[in-house]
Design a protein around this ligand. Structure first.
Ligand SMILES: NC(=O)c1ccc[n+]([C@@H]2O[C@H](COP(=O)([O-])OP(=O)(O)OC[C@H]3O[C@@H](n4cnc5c(N)ncnc54)[C@H](OP(=O)(O)O)[C@@H]3O)[C@@H](O)[C@H]2O)c1
Length: 266
């Protein structure tokens, strides 16, 4: 039976190329996308892939996505790729800042919902080198009370990356492996916005690497090519950045995420 990968945010950008790259290697792919409309875009781009829809900024929808995934084929790889760089503070239906919900809580909850059902699987988090620029404020970050159009993305990516060592241990105990990867600085729609900053960003992006290059870096980590490790900088193993290796921060974020997701902290 073909290996089966679940890829979130597979309808465009890096996620689409991860899905395409895995399909080219003979994997079966389930694309997790926000809506039926984006699901149709994936099918048009990739052909026969299984599509599971649900916005990842709503905890109840993440739970529904997790339950639907468990009804599908056994998962060999889970790729948390969906991400958002918000230009304004937007609160979700759960009252959380949207990037905190999508970049940090959705992967956390999916790992909990699916983790016990994975066997000998590979879990890969598409992270960002910019995580080291994050400043986590445990009180204010979840609801975006410290919102910054420039820093919130990095902060929510740091929240997520700070849990790397916890996930490595947790998945190892279940016979699976976990790694985070910076895909490169890639020309996608991430962070697109109006105004002078948006114009400057679009100009800068012209010199950035292609989505295909970003996707290929992630695919290498999914396929566990190269040396073992838990942090990959464009597919090269590297030491986990010190900002993300603080066990006290990890512990606090883990307990907070479990509480926000209303699950028992293991
Ligand atoms: N591009 C870079 O230079 C770069 C660098 C470092 C890390 N990364 C990381 O790479 C990953 C992919 O980013 P990208 O550059 O490919 O960005 P992108 O082109 O903007 O794609 C983002 C993906 O995430 C999905 N997504 C966002 N919010 C969602 C939500 N609430 N519910 C469901 N899906 C949602 C989007 O779906 P919709 O189409 O429905 O919005 C889209 O599929 C992200 O985790 C990002 O942080 C990117």
């Amino acid at each position: 039976m073909a290996l089966h990968a679940v890829v979130t945010g597979a309808n465009r950008g890096i996620g689409l190329e991860v899905a395409r790259g895995l399909l080219a290697r003979g994997w079966q792919v389930t694309a997790v996308v926000r809506s039926d409309e984006t699901g149709q875009a994936v099918t048009r781009a990739l052909g026969a892939v299984r599509v599971v829809t649900g916005p990842l900024d709503e905890l109840s929808q993440v739970r529904r996505v997790g339950a639907t995934l468990l009804e599908g084929p056994p998962i060999s790889a889970l790729v948390h790729n969906a991400g958002v760089w918000p230009s304004a503070r937007v609160l979700t239906v759960d009252g959380l800042e949207q990037a905190f919900a999508v970049n940090h809580l959705a992967p956390f909850l999916l790992n909990h919902l699916l983790g016990a059902h994975l066997a000998n699987a590979r879990v890969v988090q598409v992270s960002a080198g910019l995580a080291v620029k994050g400043r986590v404020d445990l009180e204010r970050t979840p609801r975006g009370d410290d919102f910054s159009a420039l820093r919130t993305y990095a902060t929510t990516k740091l929240c997520n990356l700070a849990l790397t060592n916890r996930w490595v241990s947790s998945f190892a105990a279940k016979g699976s492996s976990y790694a985070a990867v910076h895909p490169g600085v890639i020309r996608t729609g991430l962070g697109d916005r109006r105004g002078p900053l948006g114009w400057l960003l679009r100009l800068a992006k012209r010199g950035w690497k292609s989505p295909e290059e970003g996707g290929a870096n992630v695919v290498k980590v999914v396929a566990a090519e190269g040396e073992r490790g838990c942090w990959f900088d464009e597919a090269r193993p590297a030491p986990l950045p010190s900002a993300a290796a603080d066990p006290m921060l990890a512990d606090a974020l883990w307990r907070q995420a479990a509480s926000l997701c209303a699950i028992a902290a293991p």
